[in-house]
Design a protein around this ligand. Sequence first.
Ligand code: G3H
Ligand code: 13P
Ligand code: ZN
Length: 349
Amino acid sequence: MPLVSMRQLLDEAAKGGYGVGAFNVNDMEQIQAIMAAAKETNSPVIIQASRGARAFAQDRFLFHLILAASELYPEIPIAMHQDHGNSFETCKSAIELGYTSVMMDGSLKEDGKTPSSFEENVAVTKRVVDFAHDRGVTVEGEIGVLGGVEDGHGAGGSGLEHVTDPDQAVEFAELTGVDALAIAIGTSHGAYKFTKKPDGSVLKMDVLIAIHKRLPNTHLVMHGSSSVPKDLQDVVNEYGGKLKETWGVPVEEIQLGIRNGVRKINVDTDNRLAMTGAIRKVLWTQPEKFDPRDYMKPAREAMQKVVAQRMTQFGQAGHAGDYAPISIAEIAKGYADGTLATRPLVAAK
Ligand code: G3H
Ligand code: 13P
Ligand code: ZN
């Protein structure tokens, strides 16, 4: 199957009432793990690459590895997504490379660290929407700012400093015409999200629900949504790792989100932990090993297990064959003639 539009994938998820995991990749083994999990669970998938991933793997390597996935698994709809684009140019380069979806994270300035103004965010996001929609490419925007820093990207601090204001979310969706909207509800990127199991004082599911009530047809996106399960932390620490005690976003909270408009759920850290634990285990228990396949194979299997579990928990499992792909050229026509709506339905307060 050719790569599909993320918009189509999320529209279908909304019809079916499920969420779709968006998993970060940097190398071949991670792509293989996601595809094996998608096949195992018969799931549509979003494969996403950050700017750091594109730099690490080099654009054309990563692009062709994901294309290889679409050739090898023709039965699985795959959207190829730029995660946290920091500028119009980053998004443009992804689109020109062949990505079918981009995130313009205008919640931060181009340095990827400093929170931007509402006006700056609207302006750069709208510019990306116009360029992308002309080419049939999906756009995710972000309003509010997540906590934490990953690979130099992020405002730092706790996730509670810039929680999304529902009125601003409505205005942002109306002014930009984004296909999907990432919101900040207290989560952070990385392993250290919460110091204990989160409750409503730190994980603002009430804000998410309020936004969904105002924007009932807008696809919401949860970033920083790794669950950081204790069993994955334990494997890392058992074999020489030094992770401090930490909590992520409980799966049941994500499922509550899915019942309230969340269609895309970003997960990276859980997969990093699973792979690192598996690699540490081999190197710690079999120090005589030096063939990378001896530790990359268990690492790939450990990631597959986590991804398959999330696909089942998010509800995307079983839905790979529900629809035929609409070509990106047809999607572009839909944006141009208005059949693919980009103006949100806004409900009264
Ligand atoms: O946005 C966060 C993702 O986990 C990607 O992280 O920028 O270190 O590749 P990265
Ligand atoms: P985690 O660090 O919780 O996996 O979040 C990943 C993410 O939001 C990527 O954009
Ligand atoms: Zn993110």
